[in-house]
Design a protein around this ligand. Structure first.
Ligand code: NCD
Ligand code: ZN
Length: 341
């Protein structure tokens, strides 16, 4: 049994860092474990311009105590024009994030009619300039079928913009796997929670609001199929945690917020999962190599993360100046932890 495990340049390709005091409180969990992360733009005022993205990046970097690369993304609106996209490209921004209007936290400013002429024009410019289009792919139908119902939209964009790289964000439905195999320019990110949990973990016993997220956790079959994709480090799937911190007060209010805060446990929990399936050999590919290839990331300074086999327990809550946040697997045991340098 290995007692330590080395990972090079872990990447989290879907991360919510929030802003202000919340950002300050949650950021260290990611910077101690990851080399880089794709930072989601769904702030209270969404990041729709390069100027905003660069200011947000600066704020993040000013709080980083170890080397860390925030990979910024821009919140896609039909009004995004070529000039702005050229500016973004020049600033090294590669990712556009599309939220259907109202689909999830912070998406009120999202796109209402995704295949309307104006949005298609944004896709065409994005394709021409070499952007990656990351999509929160959910319809507004029945909550368990939303990702499946959205697949024709992915198919349409993939077919009409064959040189545009498109990402099915936080893939949650096993039928999405068939899509990334069918369309060459379609990829996906996958979370820890969608490979380790299913709807029973939300409401199979007592209601657990801390497991409530968008897209919803689905059936055991979905979980199993997605888990297998992770364990074999499917070439078109990159790890993206979708760690999405909300204050416990917001999760537990009558309008329970969607989002799972997984940043404090990601690498140890993934190591446990891969070890328990005898696939530790593919963990490096799943948490790093796939992202580097699929997003065309090059020239990363090497950051080496060592995990050590030491029993430890996940805290009951993380304190912030604004209140508590309950992390995924709060108060449970982990058999691995990140070794401090
Ligand atoms: C995310 C958030 O809280 O920002 N929530 C979630 O349930 N995953 C937004 C998102 O990625 O859908
Ligand atoms: Zn998200």
């Amino acid at each position: 049994m290995p007692q330590t495990l080395q990972l090079t340049n872990p990447m989290d390709m879907h991360l919510h860092l929030r802003e202000g005091e919340l950002l300050e409180s949650v950021l260290p969990f990611t910077t101690q474990a990851f080399s880089a992360a794709v930072v989601m733009p769904n702030l209270k005022t969404p990041i729709t311009t390069t100027t905003q993205a660069l200011a947000y990046k600066k704020q993040i970097l000013s709080l980083c105590s170890s080397p860390f690369e925030p990979l910024m993304s821009i919140f896609l609106t039909p009004e995004l024009d070529k000039q702005e996209l050229i500016l973004a490209k020049e600033a090294g921004i590669k990712i556009l994030k599309l939220y259907p209007k109202g689909a999830t936290t912070g998406s009120e400013g999202g796109v209402k009619d995704i295949l309307c002429e104006k949005t298609l024009q944004v896709f065409a410019i994005a394709e021409e300039l070499g952007f990656i289009l990351s999509i929160h792919g959910e319809s507004n139908g029945f909550c368990m079928e939303r990702e499946y119902e959205f697949l024709p939209v992915f198919a349409y964009i993939a077919q009409h913009f064959p040189h545009l790289r498109i990402i099915i964000e936080h893939m949650s439905d096993r039928r999405s796997l068939e899509m990334i195999e069918k369309y060459e320019n379609l990829y996906a990110t996958l979370t820890l929670h969608h490979i380790t949990m299913n709807l029973d973990d939300v409401c199979g016993g007592m209601l657990n609001p801390h497991h409530f997220c968008k897209p919803m956790l689905k059936t055991r079959k979905d979980q199993q199929a997605l888990l297998q994709a992770a364990l074999k480090a499917h070439p078109k799937v990159s790890f993206g945690s979708d760690s999405a911190p909300h204050l416990a007060s917001a999760k537990l209010s009558s309008k329970g917020a969607a989002g799972i805060f997984s940043a404090p446990i990601l690498l140890p929990a993934l190591t446990e999962v891969f070890e328990s399936h005898n696939t530790l050999d593919s963990l490096q590919a799943f948490v790093s190599d796939r992202a580097i290839t699929n997003y065309g990331l090059e020239h990363f300074p090497t950051k080496s993360i060592t995990l050590e086999r030491v029993q430890n327990s996940v805290p009951a809550y993380i304190d912030t100046p604004l209140g508590h946040i309950i992390p995924l697997r709060a108060q449970s045991n982990l058999s691995w932890r990140i070794k401090k340098n």
